[in-house]
Design a protein around this ligand. Structure first.
Ligand code: ADP
Ligand code: MG
Length: 253
């Protein structure tokens, strides 16, 4: 799926007055690509994803999904939230099949596909376990499989690793990256972690402090085809890091 943000603006009205969250944001996401959005906290990153997911309406501009303006929510988009939000009293199988249950699509071929995802990504022995019996990394993989279960063309990931400790985050971002690649999804990752953005994506969009606008776009062509772990060892990693670091308005992040 392709995404196009066209002069997107968002102003919230609140009791204390107006909050200008997004000033004027335009960029494209190519089909099958992995794009990260970095920017200081409060610059409108989550708002951008919420507008794309049809959960908020923009006050100016528009978002096109495969060329068609977004108008409400769609099951073609899978949203992976910050905390894994697994239901604690449901088994892993109960959790990963929730989406199909809600969409009333719990038929044998769909369930077989979920079974294969669990198998492929090392969770099929834990189908009957509860989320509390899994490690942080396994829970995150489970949350991704739940998001993939309804077969969305586009994945939105909003700071999905921030609850994990540093070591786990490295392993999990490697896993999640290879799963998304293997499943051929278009992905949009929001993060304030520059290393995470460089290690996972084809392109990094840097937003300014609030109200968010596009400050720069970096195509990481030289790193294409490498895993997050391999990229972190690549000599160009630090060059990109320093470039983006200098551009980020770090006040308040
Ligand atoms: P980020 O994800 O980059 O940290 P957000 O998109 O969550 O930033 O928020 C951008 C700005 O908009 C913040 O100042 C936030 O307080 C404000 N904001 C977000 N949602 C609302 C809302 N529903 N009502 C009023 N202000 C909001
Ligand atoms: Mg946010």
């Amino acid at each position: 799926m392709t995404v196009r943000f066209e002069n997107l603006q968002k102003t919230f009205q609140s009791a204390d007055g107006e909050v200008h969250a997004l000033a004027d944001v335009s960029f494209d996401v190519d089909a099958g690509s992995f794009v990260s959005i970095v920017g200081p906290s409060g610059c409108g990153k989550s708002t951008l994803l919420n507008i794309l997911a049809g959960l908020e309406t923009p006050t100016g501009g528009r978002v096109l999904l495969d060329g068609i303006p977004v108008d409400g929510t769609t099951d073609r988009i899978g949203y992976m939230p910050q905390k894994d939000q697994l239901v604690p009293w449901r088994t892993i199988w109960g959790n990963v099949t929730i989406g199909l249950e809600i969409q009333k699509k719990k038929n044998p071929s769909e369930l077989q596909r979920i079974q294969e995802l669990l198998q492929r990504y090392g969770l099929s022995d834990f189908k009957k376990s509860l989320p509390s019996q899994l490690s942080g990394g396994m829970r995150q993989r489970c949350a991704l499989i739940r998001t993939l279960a309804t077969d969305p063309g586009l994945l939105l990931l909003d700071e999905p690793f921030s609850a994990l400790d540093y070591q786990t985050r490295l392993t999990v971002s490697d896993d999640i990256h290879s799963i998304i690649r293997h499943e051929g999804k278009t992905a949009l990752l929001v993060t304030h972690d520059i290393s995470e953005a460089i290690s996972m994506s084809d392109r990094v969009v840097v937003l300014s402090a609030r109200p968010g606008r596009v400050r720069s776009i970096h195509d990481l062509t030289e790193l294409r085809g490498l895993s997050p772990m391999e990229r972190r060892d690549h000599p160009l990693f630090h060059r990109y890091f320093n470039e983006i670091w200098k551009e980020l308005d770090l006040v308040g992040s």
